[in-house]
Design a protein around this ligand. Structure first.
Ligand code: 13P
Ligand code: SF4
Length: 321
């Protein structure tokens, strides 16, 4: 973690501040993946050295879809626990490995199944739309899942005028601005995104008046008010790739900014305020991926009945296309 600490302290340093696996390490990994029949999935917030090990890098929605359609025997999920659980729920007959067991998501852990049952009994008759950033137990109590890429689409597809949304209040508040339905939300939040302030957004816009501000819906509403576009992580990458704009302010986890700078060296990408890092996402290193493949662990193990109940809301979401 020493190199990563350097990067955190110097927010102008990019992923080049970290070691990226050399060709021999990557060739050894490719051999190991083939031997094990493994697919390596990595979230966009993962370290560059982990992204280099991956067969697919994407946002939660893209990675869920990949897990649902793969015929690989083993899925190595480089992300946080709820993502690996989602992969296991969608591919229950595959072995799913989470290279660092302690990689969790405080937002997902902000609501338990018991909390959700109590929330539902306080608001009876309303369906529940649960952000994929949630535990398997909470999904099992839900009617629909959504990701940041499709939340509004899911809300509109639910056949009800009032909907309970858990666990992220900011994603729910953003949807509330864009739907006539009444949303009632849980008070969860992402501590990484809420550290991005409207003052930082205003300062960024004052410094770069021609820049487009792209913000993740987990940011506070006052930041989203200032955004030109509210997008999931992959939507940001796709938007920047097709936009004629030369400068961007990016309000999400810093890895997205490094990635954009790497993909588009002729354009300018800035964090909004200091670079914000999800330290849970940064727990996984290249060596952990290799170790997981070699040892076939740590395995994500969930109760089959729980998985059956949790699969329903996820499949409903995926069927929306
Ligand atoms: P995406 O849905 O954009 O992948 O975001 C997941 C996440 O954890 C954001 O903090
Ligand atoms: Fe969870 Fe926030 Fe990290 Fe995403 S960035 S995994 S919501 S803590």
């Amino acid at each position: 973690m020493v190199l990563y600490r350097i990067m955190i302290e110097d927010s102008s340093a990019g992923p080049s501040a970290l070691s990226v696996p050399d060709e021999t390490a990557l060739a050894d990994l490719a051999r190991l993946k083939k031997e094990r029949g493994a697919l390596v999935l990595a979230h966009t917030y993962q370290l560059p050295e982990v992204q280099a090990a991956a067969d697919l890098v994407g946002d939660s929605l893209e990675l869920s879809r990949a897990a649902a359609r793969t015929d690989a025997r083993v899925i190595v999920f480089c992300g946080v626990r709820f993502m690996a659980e989602t992969a296991k729920i969608l591919a229950p007959d595959r072995t799913v490995l989470l290279p660092v067991e302690s990689a969790g998501c405080p937002m997902a852990d902000s609501i338990t199944a018991e909390d959700l049952r109590a929330f539902k009994s306080r608001h009876p008759g309303r369906p529940v739309v649960t952000y994929v950033n949630s535990t398997a137990e909470v999904k099992a109590e839900s009617d629909w899942c959504c990701t940041s890429a499709n939340a509004l689409k899911v809300i509109e597809a639910v056949d009800a005028p009032e909907i309970l949304c858990v666990p992220d209040r900011n994603l729910a508040r953003w949807c509330q601005r864009n739907t006539k339905k009444k949303l009632i939300w849980w008070d969860g939040f992402c501590m990484v995104h809420v550290r991005i302030t409207p003052e930082d957004a205003r300062a960024g816009k004052a410094k770069y008046p021609d820049a487009l501000l792209l913000a993740h819906p987990e940011c506070e509403p006052e930041v989203l008010d200032l955004a030109d576009h509210v997008l999931s992580t992959s939507q940001m990458l796709a938007f920047a790739a097709r936009s004629p704009a030369r400068r961007f302010l990016i309000a999400t986890e810093a890895e997205v900014v490094w990635r954009l700078r790497k993909d588009h060296p002729d354009r300018e990408f800035y964090t909004v305020g200091a670079a914000q890092h999800c330290l849970n996402m940064k727990k996984t290193r290249f060596a952990d991926v290799v170790r997981a493949l070699e040892g076939g662990k740590p395995v994500v193990d969930l109760d089959p009945g729980l998985m059956d109940r949790a699969r329903l809301p996820i499949e409903r979401m995926l069927a929306l296309a």
